[in-house]
Design a protein around this ligand. Structure first.
Ligand code: C2O
Ligand code: CU
Length: 510
């Protein structure tokens, strides 16, 4: 209770009341006693909370809507009338309070992807809270500790693959700035309302046992599915065609999507981002897709990559970057004069999303424009180096866990350490430990592996991330400080992989 005492001295009686209420909802068991686990969560939150922190309020209303994606009108589920949902913006240290009013015909939840928040606000039904029932509501309230680019989405079924996502920007009170404008650019692979819902996509993947093709158990090609014609997936191009291969990623996905969106628009009806020649613009890229990595380039420009998953890196110029599902990258560009295509090419798949960058006169680019930057230097998160001030302190490892990634296409199931989530043995850690996680990919597909509540450091480069691409047959190690007690999901951010088993729990001992 050291934190409570210290805070209460600083903040006086009102502050004490505030701190004591922090864990009170989830902290009490039925007999009114506060569990040690809940106490640890409340203490970690109290340590984060600053004197006089401002409270930023927002409301999210997940519901059924009809949306115009530009080239197409669809009925889907979204947070209000647009995709992406409302842009939430706070300054690091603020408290975010979001009322969620669930108007969906189904249970839902909201997860705050990448935020090192209090565990009972992490939005994972069955792990950190109960589901928000249809017609029900829930208040999320937590301190937001770190600046950067984050996003929010449901942690319920495959709802992420509908229109349920939005960006959370956390400003740095000490932002060095140096830019004139900022654009948020959200990438997505889109199927909902085009003949199948994401739930039906999942059903189709599960039903596709034809041929019995196994994936990943010792190097069989992901994608060889004898007997699967392209028409068998609802006439939409099918899944796992031999075409879904990428030089950078190997097996690049399980689902071909009819559309790829940039800020909610199809490539034939793109958004326009306007600026003036010579301006420096910070672009925050977010991949909210469910089964698609995007290769991103801005025609006629080089980009300088400055942040990965919210945390600064040693700035590095590049022509293009590869953004896995759940990853975010910030870049800086100096705008040239004219009209330029900002292209997000679906890696290893057919199709792309486009936005138009306009600083002068000229015709808008075609929907299938391929700027040559796309095939020049392409950076991945693992190519970066951490900025000096966000490197983890040097210390020895107290504990190591392997996460062996496996799976098969028939039956369609994905595993960590040989088990699907329901049967997974939690990875136990103790508060205060330095923990090493070793991702061992034994499949022929890439997996963007995501850990909740922490920003780990890639071993070697030190780059801080919460979501990292693990390539086929690659082993990748990350280190983290176990400083945020609770039960934290660790999973593949391919939503179809996560939903069919590729998830486990990083579990703090109470
Ligand atoms: Cu954005 Cu558990 O994930
Ligand atoms: Cu995966």
């Amino acid at each position: 209770m050291a934190h409570l005492t210290r805070r209460s001295l600083i903040r006086g009686a009102a502050g004490l009341a505030g701190v004591l209420s922090l864990g009170s909802v989830a902290a009490c068991s039925s007999d009114g006693a506060v569990s040690p686990a809940a106490k640890a969560v409340a203490q970690a939150e109290a340590a984060r909370r600053r004197t006089g922190a401002s409270v930023v309020r927002a409301r999210l209303t997940p519901r059924r809507v009809t949306l115009n994606l530009g080239g197409r009108v669809v009925t889907t589920w979204a947070y209000g009338d647009s995709v992406p949902g409302p842009l939430l913006r706070v300054t690091a240290g603020d408290v975010l309070r979001v009322e969620v009013d669930n108007q969906l015909p189904a249970e839902t939840s909201v997860h705050w992807h990448g935020i090192a928040l209090r565990n009972d606000m992490d939005g994972v039904p069955g792990m950190t809270q109960g589901p928000i029932s249809a017609g029900g509501s829930f208040r999320y309230e937590f301190t937001v500790p770190d600046p950067g680019t984050y996003f929010y989405h449901p942690h319920t079924g495959v709802q992420l693959d509908r229109g349920l996502y939005g960006v959370l920007v956390v400003d740095d009170p000490a932002e060095p700035g140096g830019y004139d404008d900022e654009w948020v650019v959200v990438l997505d692979d889109w199927v909902d309302g085009t003949g199948r819902t994401p739930d039906e996509v999942l059903e189709d993947l599960r039903a596709s046992t034809a041929g019995g093709g196994m994936n990943g158990m010792g190097g069989m090609d992901h994608g060889s599915m004898p007997g699967m014609g392209p028409g068998s997936m609802g006439g939409m191009g099918g899944m796992t065609g031999e075409g879904m291969q990428s030089r950078l990623l190997g097996g690049a996905g399980d689902v071909e999507y009819p559309h790829y969106l940039v800020n909610g628009r199809t490539a034939d009806a793109p958004v326009t981002l306007t600026g003036k020649p010579g301006q420096r613009v910070r672009i925050r890229f977010v991949n909210a897709g469910s089964d698609t990595a995007f290769r991103v380039a801005l025609g006629g420009h080089r980009m300088t990559l400055t942040h990965s998953d919210g945390f600064p890196v040693v700035p590095v110029p590049t022509d293009a970057l590869l953004v896995g599902m759940g990853e975010r990258f910030d870049v800086m560009v100096t705008l040239a004069d004219g009209v330029f295509p900002l292209v997000a090419s679906a890696e290893g798949k057919k199709g792309q999303g486009v936005a138009v960058v306009r600083t002068g006169a000229g015709r808008a680019p075609a929907a299938d424009v391929q700027p040559r930057e796309l095939t020049r230097r392409v950076l991945l998160g693992s190519d970066l180096k951490a900025a000096a001030d966000v490197r983890l302190a040097d210390r020895s490892t107290d504990r190591e866990h392997d996460l062996v990634l496996g799976g098969s296409m028939a039956p369609y199931r994905w595993t960590i350490n040989g088990e699907t989530f329901a049967d997974a043995e939690p990875l136990d850690v103790g508060e205060g430990e330095r923990v090493r996680l070793r991702f061992v990919n034994n499949t022929m597909m890439f997996h963007p592996m995501h850990l909740h509540g922490h920003t780990f450091a890639l071993r070697g480069s030190g780059v801080r991330k919460d979501t990292v691409i693990v390539r086929p047959m690659q082993t990748l190690e990350v280190d983290l400080d176990a400083d945020n007690p609770g039960q934290w999901a660790a999973h593949c951010h391919n939503i179809y992989h996560a939903e069919t088993g590729m998830m486990t729990t990083l579990s703090y001992r109470a």
